[in-house]
Design a protein around this ligand. Structure first.
Ligand code: K1U
Ligand code: ZN
Length: 206
């Protein structure tokens, strides 16, 4: 069972009438993840102003489905072309501890820094070292607008900072050298052209 900060998943899914279904029967809604260098990844997300709505619950449920399916350990709404300050994270191996951060703010970060080999669902197949504060304190709101704080270290600290960068329109490759970034951009643009060609060929065969 996934948990959303202390809320069981059926509570999350209740407003979209999925409460009577088991996890395997849940109708998954997978969202398209924008791929770097899509310019929409650089839009700045605005704060959520209405909490507890069906729209917000559905967005979070769909983001969680998309993150688990990818698979990934985090997802920012910006990556699915929704430019609001919403983040889902689950760093557990069992994928059973979903955390939802709405309007997150870093209130403290450590002087100590650490390098982690980061990945990104918007930059598939690329992992590279990024140096960040190794511990952060984050204040955020849950789906119902209740404020909470998290003291994070390890992968959770890395992931929160990575996802909050997405909300500010920043993709992790921007920490890398221009040479590396341009190589990554060229590789992904080539892949994108290949995928578009394949889709066009499939369309022509139908
Ligand atoms: O924001 C994203 O694109 C998600 C990203 C989060 C992240 C991972 C590692 C370091 C920083 C931020 C990912 O989830 S990439 C995929 C990944 O790392 C992973 C996938 C499955 C299992 C474990 C890790
Ligand atoms: Zn990312």
């Amino acid at each position: 069972m996934w948990r959303i900060c202390c809320l069981e998943l059926p509570a999350l899914h209740h407003p979209v009438n999925r409460t009577h279904l088991s996890k395997s029967e849940l109708i998954m809604a997978l969202l398209d993840i924008l791929r770097y260098p899509d310019p929409r990844l650089h839009k700045i997300a605005t704060p959520v102003t209405e909490f507890g709505t069906e729209r917000l619950r559905t967005l979070v449920a769909d983001m969680a489905d998309t993150m688990y399916d990818a698979p990934g350990v985090g997802l920012a709404a910006s990556q699915v072309d929704v430019h609001e300050q919403v983040v889902t994270i689950d760093v557990t191996e069992a994928q059973d501890d979903l955390m939802v951060f709405i309007n997150p703010e870093i209130t403290w970060s450590s002087d100590e820094r650490a390098v982690y080999d980061e990945g990104c669902l918007s930059v598939p197949g690329v992992y590279d070292g990024v140096e960040r504060p190794s511990r952060v304190k984050v204040r955020a709101f849950d789906l119902d607008g209740k404020e909470f704080t998290v003291d994070a270290d390890g992968l959770l600290a890395v992931c929160i900072q990575h996802e909050m960068d997405h909300l500010k329109g920043k993709v992790f490759v921007e920490y890398l050298s221009p040479l590396k970034r341009n190589r990554i951009k060229a590789k992904l643009q080539k892949e994108e052209r290949g995928l578009a060609r394949e889709a066009a060929q499939r369309g022509a065969r139908r």
